[in-house]
Design a binder for this molecule. Structure first.
Ligand code: HEC
Ligand code: HEC
Ligand code: HEC
Ligand code: HEC
Ligand code: HEC
Length: 266
C-alpha cells in the first residue's frame, strides 16, 4: 500500500517539475527557444551562464516586456535590441559600473573604434561565466597584438589574487571558530571588488601601482588576523596549563588518599 502511495508521490513530483521550470520562463525565453539559428542559440548559452544563475534574464539586458508575447520587443516597452560593437561597454556597464569606469580610460576603451577589445570579446555575451585571471592567456590575448604586456599584467595581478583567496580562507576559519569577522570580511569584500576591476585598464604601470595599494590594505587585514590568531594561541596555552593543573591536582589527591589509607591500615 505505502509503496503505491510512494510511487504516486514520485509520479506527481516528476510531472510537476517541468511545469514549475517552464512557469518561471519569460515570453522571451519561450519564443526564442523555438527559433532557429542565431535567434535560438542565446537561450541555451544563457541558461549555463552566471547571469541566469543570479536571475538576470534576456529583458534585463535587452529591455522589453517579458510578460507580453505581442509587445515583448516593442520599443515602447523599453526594448533596446542588440548593441553594436562599440556600444557594448555602455550596455554591460549599466550594471557593472565600476568595471566600466576602469575600462573606458584604458587602451581598450580608448581604442574601441579601432578594434579595441570590449566586454563580449573576453566574456562572451550569453555564456558569461565567473571571471578569473585564466582569461588572460596567450591564445586569446594574441589575437590582436603580442602577448608580452598582457603577461606582465597577469604576473603582477597573480600574487595579489592568491593572497586575497588565502585571506578568504583565514576569515572563514576564524568565523567557524566563533570569532566575529564581519567587519574584516566586508573590508575584504570591498578590496576584492576594487582589485578585480584593475585589469580592465590594461595599463602595466597603473596595474602595478594599484595592486600595490591593495597589497598595503591586505597587510592591514593580515595583521588583524594575526592578533586574533595570537589570542587563539594564548587561549590554547592557558587551556593546556589549566588542564595540566587539574591533572596534577588529581594525582596529588590520589597520592594523599593512598598515604592516608596506608596509614589507616598500618
Ligand atoms: C513571439 C516570439 C518572440 C518573443 C516573445 C520575443 N522575441 Fe525576440 N525575436 C523574435 C524574432 C522572430 C526575432 C528576429 C526578427 C526581429 O528582429 O524582429 C527576434 C529578435 C530579437 C533580438 C535581436 C534584435 C536585433 O537587434 O538584432 C533580440 C535581442 C531579442 N529578440 C530579444 C528579445 C527579448 C529580450 C524578448 C522579451 C522581452 C523577446 N526577444 C521576445 C521573436 C520573439
Ligand atoms: C548579459 C546580457 C545579456 C543577456 C542576459 C542576454 N543577452 Fe542577448 N545579447 C547580448 C549582447 C551584448 C548581444 C550583442 C553582441 C553579440 O551578438 O554577441 C546580444 C545579442 C543577442 C541577439 C542577436 C544575435 C545575433 O547574432 O544577431 C539575440 C537574438 C539575443 N541576444 C537574444 C537573447 C535572448 C533570447 C536572451 C535570453 C535567453 C538574451 N539575449 C540574454 C547580451 C545579453
Ligand atoms: C541587468 C544587470 C546586468 C547587466 C546588463 C550585465 N550584468 Fe553581468 N552580472 C550581473 C549580476 C547581478 C551578476 C552576478 C553578481 C556578480 O557576481 O557581480 C553578474 C555577473 C557577471 C560576471 C561574473 C562576475 C564574477 O564574479 O566573476 C561577469 C564576467 C559579467 N557579469 C559580465 C557581463 C557582461 C560582459 C555583460 C554585457 C554583455 C553584463 N555582465 C551585463 C548583472 C548584469
Ligand atoms: C579584439 C582585439 C583585441 C583582443 C582580443 C585583445 N586586445 Fe588588447 N588591445 C587591443 C587594441 C586595439 C589595443 C590598443 C592598440 C595596441 O596597443 O595594439 C590593445 C592594447 C592592449 C594593451 C596595452 C598595450 C600597451 O602597449 O601598453 C594591453 C596591456 C592589452 N591590450 C592587453 C590585452 C589582454 C590581456 C588581452 C586578453 C585578455 C587582450 N589585450 C586582448 C585589442 C585587443
Ligand atoms: C581584454 C579582456 C577583457 C575585457 C575587454 C573585459 N574584461 Fe572583464 N574581466 C577580464 C578578466 C581577465 C577578468 C578577471 C580579472 C581579475 O580576476 O582580477 C575580468 C573580470 C570581470 C568581472 C568580474 C569582476 C569581479 O568583481 O570579480 C566583471 C563583472 C567583468 N569583468 C565585466 C566586464 C565588462 C562589463 C566589460 C566591458 C566594459 C569587461 N569586463 C571587459 C577580461 C576582460
Amino acid at each position: 500500500m505505502s509503496c503505491v502511495v510512494f510511487r504516486s508521490v514520485v509520479l506527481v513530483i516528476l510531472l510537476w517539475c517541468p511545469v514549475v521550470a517552464f512557469a518561471a520562463d519569460t515570453v522571451c525565453v519561450e519564443c526564442h527557444s523555438g527559433q532557429p539559428g542565431a535567434l535560438g542559440e542565446p537561450v541555451a548559452a544563457w541558461r549555463s551562464s552566471v547571469h541566469a544563475a543570479k536571475g538576470i534574464s534576456c529583458h534585463d539586458c535587452h529591455g522589453g516586456d517579458p510578460t507580453n508575447f505581442a509587445l515583448a520587443m516593442s520599443p515602447e516597452r523599453g526594448f533596446i535590441g542588440a548593441p553594436e560593437y562599440d556600444a557594448v561597454p555602455a550596455f554591460c556597464g549599466r550594471c557593472h559600473v565600476g568595471v566600466l569606469d576602469a575600462y573606458l580610460p584604458g587602451m581598450h576603451g580608448q581604442a574601441l573604434d579601432a578594434g579595441g577589445a570590449q566586454c563580449v570579446i573576453c566574456h562572451g555575451s550569453h555564456s558569461v561565466q565567473k571571471a578569473g585571471l585564466e582569461l588572460i592567456n596567450e591564445n586569446d590575448c594574441s589575437r590582436c597584438h603580442d602577448y608580452d604586456r598582457a603577461l606582465e599584467i597577469k604576473e603582477s595581478l597573480t600574487g595579489v589574487d592568491t593572497r586575497i583567496k588565502a585571506m578568504d580562507h583565514d576569515l572563514e576559519r576564524l568565523h567557524r571558530l566563533g570569532f566575529a569577522t564581519d567587519s574584516l570580511a566586508s573590508g575584504l569584500f570591498n578590496l576584492r571588488n576594487q582589485f578585480h576591476r584593475i585589469f580592465h585598464g590594461v595599463d602595466v604601470e597603473r596595474v602595478r601601482q594599484e595592486s600595490g595599494g591593495v597589497q598595503t590594505e591586505l597587510d592591514q587585514l593580515a595583521s588583524a588576523v594575526e592578533v586574533i590568531d595570537d589570542t587563539l594561541a594564548q587561549r590554547k596555552l592557558w587551556g593546556s596549563i589549566v588542564i595540566a593543573l587539574f591533572v596534577l591536582a588529581g594525582v596529588v589527591l590520589v597520592l594523599v588518599r593512598k598515604t592516608y589509607e596506608e596509614e589507616e591500615q598500618g
